[in-house]
Design a protein around this ligand. Structure first.
Ligand code: ADP
Ligand code: ADP
Length: 225
């Protein structure tokens, strides 16, 4: 589902953020991506979501080599991927409904379908009663759940999260992780970048670790067992 082969990324200015990274995440897997700040976690997620391009190597998503996706095709390729950010990036001027509807509006979905899917997504994260609120009226945990609803509203097969619990207390963090677990049980492939090792330790999932742009030995890598 997500396959990195000898992927390196050097940013303009010469900083090498990723160095010959190899790993494979199978369909339906849930995995953590850990490492200190600056290790390259965000960069790795940005390569999957086509927000950045590799300097060398290949990223395959669902068998598609992203090096062969041109800039015009990026919006289509991104439909397979839902992304959740730490600071959720909600639009303050808009209601919860509109924020969650945004990806569907961009895709040109029919308005009846939009209403149905937004309700479905908000139901999954338990926020139907906040549908008319503006983000500032919600708690941090609720805002993060709106961000999650927006990421899953078009039912993407892959869900990426970049420090999704960064601003939340441990209890809310577990709640958010349970949501990811729930999506995963329904077949979504999930990759969660976090530096919160306590959180990772409490869940029994594969954990990929980056250190200074290199992937440390992965006990579940193919051939390692
Ligand atoms: P993490 O998410 O693990 O904190 P990042 O992927 O954000 O790590 O960053 C990895 C390294 O790449 C860091 O040293 C960071 O300063 C550098 N970096 C990230 N984005 C850019 C950029 N747009 N331009 C230059 N350097 C960057
Ligand atoms: P899965 O979805 O089973 O986890 P991937 O999406 O990682 O698998 O890869 C599926 C397909 O991607 C492979 O069957 C192949 O067609 C293509 N692929 C993966 N690696 C390579 C490679 N090195 N060269 C060419 N194609 C590749």
């Amino acid at each position: 589902m997500i396959n990195f082969q000898q992927v390196s990324k050097t940013y303009p200015g010469g900083h090498r953020a990723l160095e010959k990274v190899n790993f494979h995440i199978k369909p339906g897997e849930l995995a953590f991506l850990t490492g200190h700040s600056g290790a390259g976690k965000s960069t790795l997620l940005k390569l999957i979501s086509l927000m950045e391009r590799p300097s060398a190597g290949n990223v395959f998503i669902n068998g598609v080599d992203l090096n062969k996706v041109n800039s015009r095709q990026i919006p289509y390729a991104r439909r397979d991927i839902g992304i959740i950010f730490q600071n959720h990036r909600l639009l303050e001027r808009y209601t919860v409904f509109d924020n969650v509807a945004l990806p569907l509006i961009i895709e040109g979905t029919h308005h009846k379908q939009i209403a149905k899917r937004v309700h479905g997504a908000l139901d999954k994260v338990g926020l139907i009663d906040k549908i008319k609120c503006h983000p500032s009226m919600l708690s941090g945990g609720e805002q993060q759940r709106v961000g999650i609803a927006r990421a899953i509203v078009n039912s993407p097969p892959i869900l990426l999260a970049d420090e999704p619990t960064g601003n939340l207390d441990p209890e809310l963090s577990m709640e958010i992780l349970k949501l990811f677990e729930d999506f995963n049980k329904h077949g979504t492939t999930v990759l969660i970048a976090t530096h919160d090792l306590g959180l990772v330790a409490r869940m029994k999932y594969r954990s990929l670790t980056l250190k200074d742009g290199r992937m440390l030995e992965d006990p579940l890598a193919e051939g390692a067992l």
